[in-house]
Design a protein around this ligand. Structure first.
Ligand code: BGC
Length: 769
């Protein structure tokens, strides 16, 4: 069905005489406004409300119920008609039966839906289909898988992140899908949170910069270009910091903290033109964000000027009633959320939302102006995507889908994400003629390398799509030869129901096998998970895995720990036993190769931690904390055992070469309101290997009306240097880059003294207003 669809009858009468500058979306803004307004003026309340409704595809497929799809997947004509013609549903999401589909399957499913939407409804408005393509086209078999966002963040490379976004957009469009529920712009500030690996880490600037790079990669200059798509920044706002660290449990976030840490990445994405935003499924200060007019309308739409679609998260209008009890009925929940500013409901299993909303409008409980605002936003995005002209992209137009060229990009991103955290006496890289024991539950699993949202929601069952890729074990075997590798898991994951649990599996066998080798490579971490199934009671690495490490350490064989984990699990008791430590995060399908490349020196590691690696479960402190975390030093009298203590700092990562920093210069020691601070530093590769370094600029506000963060990342740049090569790296900063949110919730830069730091070099300057 590779053809354009006929436009609906009432649409697209060309507006004569309208001409204007082309917008970022490629269309003439005047033309779009005129067409969308014209369409809106012809719509009935039922048609408008239908546009605001989104159901999961399982509702539309042949199967026992809305929760189940029979295989091979087929759309249920009657259900499709009920949804699209009777209820006039405007959007569908997800993958049927929670499993990856081929590009051919996607094309046929989405074509059938568009065919009905465009040819059998009065107005012929196309549906907008959305999925979570969060590290590649994750629900398409054969797609290119990148590291998860936390690994992408560890590259500290805007270019790699942007390119990954472009490739993901291309392959998602190759799957006929124009809307991606990504990027995650939540702050990865609490390692207990089961979705920290979906974030770009703990720092506001890093998250904002990489968030913009990813939005630009997804959306390009024009989402009407069928190589790009509409992004969805999520989960607005404060989703990642619930009090207990558990998914969708209450968060208590003061406004000053919301604005200091959580708003800026969303503001940056909005300024970059992101077309949709998904709402935080949880509560802040007792109020479900889905019912917060203050956050959705006053802050997001009015203050931040967001003009795209505000879509709920999964079932979250129902949750206002069923889970959070802020509404006493479903209908009241619909009223609260729509009046708060929600534009589209991810319902996803029934049509009650439509019935309630129509009633509410007819009863005067939801103003028509609010409905029009929502529908206008939805139609604008459909228009900008050029769905009316080209409702279904075709896989044949995407010859680079899953290509070698794209895979090389994902491989490179994985290589640059791997972070070397310890290298005692330069034990790494290992010689390629060494005999090696490969052990640990993460050594031979593609599932754990990819993490959640990989072929399936939890990553469960993903193995059947990844047979062409190498696990860590297989990649090591390829480097040193199978004969030089002994494999004993020691601990393994239960890959069935309790997949987050592991079990000891012949630990003594692994210990015995160590007798015949030169080195032990111990791959520990977590199995795949996301959302609530990933909640934890204890951030420590599992008892079984700690026991395996302890047992192996008694052999005296040099041990390298490879961490393959979605969040930094506590490793305090075993870390001293390790000669080397590599953090691989969730590196995707090329993670095994990337880890082996670093272990054997085919790649010089350049990843840097995008979060603070904690040392103790009770001390989960980010790098940008307040000075009062360091009271032992200040008071000096007592030895505060519980003073600030971490395993590895934010921004840390070793290389096989060395970099010397010198000649830090600033153009002035007195920065004025309209002035700029020009900073330069010389970086030299003083070792004997080509290497990449992330130059990080931190600034400390020494005294401020709000106790200042000890330091803040304000600029960074990744560079490559050959042995003996030097580069001068320059940055420009303005007073706004020194600002913070004050007690009145205003963003201010206060006069006073500041210290700028790059590596170990420091300069001070004064801001005089
Ligand atoms: C998740 C979102 C996701 C949505 C649709 C929800 O459960 O919280 O991140 O986009 O499902 O799959």
């Amino acid at each position: 069905m590779k053809k354009s669809f006929l436009f609906g009858a009432l649409l697209f009468v060309v507006v004569a005489g309208c001409s204007s500058a082309t917008t970022k979306d490629g269309s003439s803004k005047v033309e779009r406004i005129a067409e969308v307004e014209k369409l809106l003026s012809t719509m009935t309340i039922e048609e408008k409300v239908g546009q605001m409704a989104q159901v999961t595809i399982d509702v539309l497929t042949v199967g026992e119920s809305a929760f189940h799809t029979a295989e091979p997947v087929q759309l249920d004509k009657a259900m499709l008609r009920k949804a699209i013609v009777d209820y006039k549903i405007g959007s569908v999401l997800n993958t049927p039966n929670n499993r990856a589909r081929t590009v051919q399957e996607w094309h046929s499913l989405i074509s059938e839906m568009q065919d009905m939407a465009m040819n059998e409804t009065r107005l012929g408005i196309p549906i907008i289909y959305g999925v979570d393509a969060i590290h590649g086209a994750t629900y398409t078999a054969g797609a290119t898988f990148f590291p998860q966002q936390i690994g992408q963040a560890a590259t500290w490379s805007r270019e790699l992140v942007r390119r990954g976004g472009e490739i993901t957009a291309y392959e998602t469009r190759a799957s006929s899908i124009p809307w991606n529920f990504s990027p995650v712009l939540d702050m990865g500030r609490d390692p207990r949170f089961p979705r920290i690996w979906e974030t770009f880490g703990e720092d506001v600037y890093l998250v904002s910069e990489l968030g913009v790079a990813l939005v630009e990669g997804y959306e390009g200059d024009d989402i009407g270009d069928p190589n790009y798509l509409a992004a969805c920044a999520k989960h607005y706002l404060g989703y990642s910091v619930p009090w207990t660290g558990k998914d969708r449990t209450p968060a208590h976030i003061p406004d000053i903290e919301l604005r200091e840490r959580h708003v800026p990445p969303f503001k940056a994405a909005i300024d970059a033109g992101v077309h949709s935003i998904m709402v935080n499924s949880g509560l802040i200060n007792g109020v479900p964000v889905h019912a917060s007019k203050k956050l959705l309308t006053d802050l997001l739409k009015e203050e931040l000027g967001f003009t795209g679609i505000v879509v709920t998260d999964w079932k979250d209008i129902e949750n206002i009633y069923e889970r959070d009890r802020v509404a006493s009925s479903q209908k009241e929940a619909v009223k609260l959320s729509i009046n708060a500013g929600v534009d589209m409901s991810m319902i996803p299993y029934n049509f009650d939302f439509c019935d309630y909303l129509i009633e509410l409008v007819n009863e005067g409980e939801v103003p028509m102006s609010r409905i029009d605002d929502a529908v206008r936003r939805i139609l604008n995005v459909k228009w900008n995507l050029k769905l009316f002209e080209n409702p279904v992209t075709h896989y044949e137009d995407y010859p680079l889908f899953g290509s070698e060229e794209f895979e090389q990009e994902a491989y490179k991103t994985a290589q640059e994400s791997v972070t070397l955290l310890k290298n005692e006496n330069s034990i790494l890289p290992l010689p390629k003629n060494a005999r090696i024991l490969v052990t640990g539950p993460n050594a031979n699993t593609m599932r754990a390398l990819n993490g959640g949202w990989s072929y399936t929601w939890q990553g469960k069952g993903s193995e059947r799509y990844t047979t062409n890729y190498s696990t860590i074990l297989q990649a090591i075997e390829a480097k040193v030869g199978k004969n030089n590798v002994v494999f004993k898991e020691g601990v393994r994951y239960n890959n069935d129901d309790n997949y987050w649990v592991d079990e000891a599996f012949d630990i003594q066998g692994a210990v015995r096998a160590a007798a015949s080798v030169d080195y032990i490579v111990l791959a520990l971490g977590e199995n795949s998970y996301t959302e609530k199934p990933g909640d934890l009671h204890d951030l420590s690495l599992s008892e079984n895995q700690l026991e395996l490490a302890q047992a192996l350490s008694k052999t005296g064989k040099p041990m390298i720990l490879v961490l393959n984990e979605g969040r930094p699990r506590i490793i305090r008791t075993i870390e001293p036993m390790m000669k080397g430590v590599l953090q691989a995060y969730l590196p995707g399908n090329f993670g095994g190769l990337a880890v082996a490349d670093v272990l054997f020196g085919d790649i010089n590691p350049s990843g840097k931690l995008p979060y603070t690696y904690p040392l103790y479960v009770n001390s989960l402190v980010t790098y940008d904390h307040k000075p009062s975390e360091h009271q032992a030093k200040m008071v000096g009298v007592y030895d505060y055992e519980s003073d600030f203590a971490i395993q590895y700092p934010f921004g840390f990562g070793l290389s096989y070469t060395t970099f010397d920093y010198s000649d830090l210069k600033i153009n002035t020691t007195t920065l004025t309101k309209d002035g700029s601070l020009e900073v330069s530093v010389t970086v030299k590769n003083s070792g004997d290997r080509v290497g990449k370094e992330v130059v990080q600029v931190y600034i400390s506000d020494l005294y401020a009306s709000i106790s200042p963060d000890v330091r803040r990342l304000r600029r960074f740049q990744k560079i490559e240097l050959h042995p003996n090569e030097s580069k001068v790296v320059s940055f420009t900063l303005h007073p706004i880059d020194l600002s913070f949110i004050n007690e009145s919730l205003d963003r201010v830069t206060e006069k006073g003294d500041f210290e700028l730091q790059i590596a170990d070099l420091k300069e001070t300057f004064t801001y005089v207003e």
